[in-house]
Design a protein around this ligand. Structure first.
Ligand code: RIB
Length: 291
């Protein structure tokens, strides 16, 4: 089975800081590095490292060959990754001494994709495949609608969170993934409780506490806890979770097992600096789980 991921590709620029900057403050970074990222790409890399077959649907600047080569080196298929006459998206990421971050984004090519390229990719999907989406590209509702109409499982990882972005997706989503703050925000904006969000399944990540899944069709609830770790960088932990979770379901795991696996992978990720480049392989997750 295959995961089709319509997602962002960013060049991530990391600045290690003693604390996150205050308005008007000038700070010196103790370290600077550049890597591959974007919520979409992080999720594609996580799913590929988990062992799933992944087609990334996206766009980068046409001269950034190293980006494409890096993505391919992680086992993500780039057939539907288009080179456009725009800059590759980029992110400025401040990481403080406790591993917390602040991110500034420039979308670049991520939001310049055209319907034709996306539908060409989704046309090849089969009903047992999975479509993954986040909120860093254009054409999310159109892609979700096309995929769901083909019977594909549609997982929407609603980050970066915006109520305006998530609303049009709701009729076309099988599993809505949010963190606890986002879930609370969505419920309060819609004036409903979690069980009344009009999607078949909701999955709420709870950071160091684990995750909670709910079927809004049957009322079944699954909760998993996360292992305790010393976090050095929480960036892309949610993406690692979403990619591993999607891969788990795609590879035939039960929802609980996929959640457990994703929670372990995300916990291991936060012990490493970086984003896509730091996402653990399945073999490392297995060793971590056993330890
Ligand atoms: O979730 C982390 C990601 O958010 C980074 O890789 C950055 O590119 C932004 O998209």
């Amino acid at each position: 089975m295959t995961i089709f991921n319509l997602g962002s590709v960013n060049i991530d620029r990391f600045y290690a800081l003693p604390h996150l900057p205050q308005p008007g403050e000038t700070l010196s970074a103790s370290n600077y590095s550049v890597g591959l990222g974007g919520k979409g790409m992080n999720q594609s890399v996580a799913a590929a490292r988990a062992g799933a077959k992944v087609h990334h649907i996206g766009a980068i600047g046409q001269s950034d060959n190293w980006v494409r080569e890096r993505i391919e080196s992680y086992g993500v298929d780039c057939t539907y990754l288009h080179g456009l006459d725009y800059n590759t998206g980029h992110a400025i990421i401040y990481v403080d001494a406790h591993g917390e971050n602040t991110i500034v984004l420039d979308a670049g090519a991520n939001t310049q994709q055209d319907t034709h390229c996306i539908s060409k990719a989704i046309e090849t999907a089969k009903s047992h495949d999975t479509m993954l989406l986040q909120n860093e590209t254009n054409l999310q509702p159109q892609a979700a609608e096309l995929a769901l109409a083909k019977g594909v499982r549609v997982i929407y990882s609603a980050a970066p969170f915006s109520v305006e972005a998530v609303r049009p997706l709701l009729p076309h989503v099988s599993i809505l993934v949010m963190n606890a703050v986002e879930a609370e925000q969505l419920c309060s904006e819609m004036g409903v409780t979690l069980d009344k969000i009009p999607v078949p399944q909701v999955l709420v990540t709870l950071g160091a506490k684990g995750a909670m899944w709910r079927s809004n069709e049957t009322g079944e609830v699954i909760e998993v806890t996360a292992p305790k770790v010393a976090a050095v960088d929480t960036t892309a932990a949610g993406d690692t979770f979403a990619g591993y979770f999607a891969a788990g379901l795609d590879l035939g795991l039960s929802t609980r097992k996929a959640m457990d696996w994703a929670t372990q992978a995300a916990a291991l990720k936060v012990t490493r600096h970086g984003t896509a480049d730091a996402i653990p392989k399945a073999v490392d997750v297995a060793a971590f789980q056993a330890s």
